[in-house]
Write a protein that binds this ligand. Structure first.
Ligand SMILES: [Zn+2]
Length: 102
């Protein structure tokens, strides 16, 4: 048996214990990306919580460590790209700036 479940009821990953329990019972124990079954699997958010994903069974999937790392890195890079794009967006002059008084 795994000791991961005896961590004061808390478990890294964000999913509530009830959701993890359901995932253990209901989701196929196979990496959702590469199909690996003979390796440790992590419960992953299909849609990252940072992007509005929920801690629900509908948003849960099993990933192997390799795919999870890859996804985490891709999401971090994407977040970085979004932040960079926001910084470099061309600024339009505010309409009121062109209004001359009188
Ligand atoms: Zn995988």
């Amino acid at each position: 048996m795994s000791s991961n479940w005896n961590n004061n009821g808390r478990y890294h990953g964000g999913f509530p214990a009830a959701v993890k329990k359901r995932a253990e019972q209901e989701l196929p124990k196979v990496c959702a990306h590469c199909g690996a079954t003979n390796c440790p699997l992590r419960l992953d958010h299909i849609r990252n919580t940072a992007r509005g994903g929920n801690n629900t069974i509908d948003n849960a999937q099993w990933l192997c460590d390799t795919c999870h790392d890859h996804k985490t890195r891709a999401e971090a890079a994407e977040g970085q790209a979004i932040r960079t794009a926001k910084r470099t967006l061309p600024k339009r002059p505010h309409p009121l700036d062109r209004m001359m008084p009188g």
